[in-house]
Each structure stands twice: as C-alpha cells, then as structure tokens.
Design a protein around this ligand. Structure first.
Ligand code: ZN
Ligand code: ZN
Length: 70
C-alpha cells in the first residue's frame, strides 16, 4: 500500500508540513505513507493504526486527488 502511494506521488513534493525526508519524502501523519525503518516494530505499529484508522491521512488522500487532476 505504501509503495503504491509513492507511485501516485505521495507525499506531494509541494507539501511543506507533516513531511520528512527519510530515504525519500514521507508523511508524518498517522498514515501508511510514514517511513517504517525499524522492522518489525514500525510495521506492527503502522498495521495496527491502518486497521484502526484507515490507510491514508486526509492530507495524502487530497494529494492523490490532486495527482489525478493534474
Ligand atoms: Zn516509502
Ligand atoms: Zn499521509
């Protein structure tokens, strides 16, 4: 899901906040587009959040819409 998000341009390179540069741009919201470098801890946390709150934060959802509009 995360890599699919990158294919659709997430996080947008126009984004100025809630973004970090860690092996490429990554979302810092509660979102599958966060970077998960500590395996398995990060992946466990992200999977729990995804099940509980859904895959993408509003900011990433809006950027996917913008990606397909452009
Ligand atoms: Zn990534
Ligand atoms: Zn996000």
């Amino acid at each position: 899901m995360h890599e699919g998000g990158h294919m659709f341009g997430l996080p947008s390179n126009k984004r100025k906040e809630n973004v970090e540069e860690k092996l490429g741009g990554h979302c810092t919201n509660r979102c599958v587009m966060r970077q998960g470098l500590i395996v398995p801890d990060d992946w466990v946390r992200m999977t729990e959040d995804r099940i509980k709150y859904g895959p993408l934060c509003n900011q990433c959802v809006n950027e996917i819409y913008a990606f397909f509009r452009e």
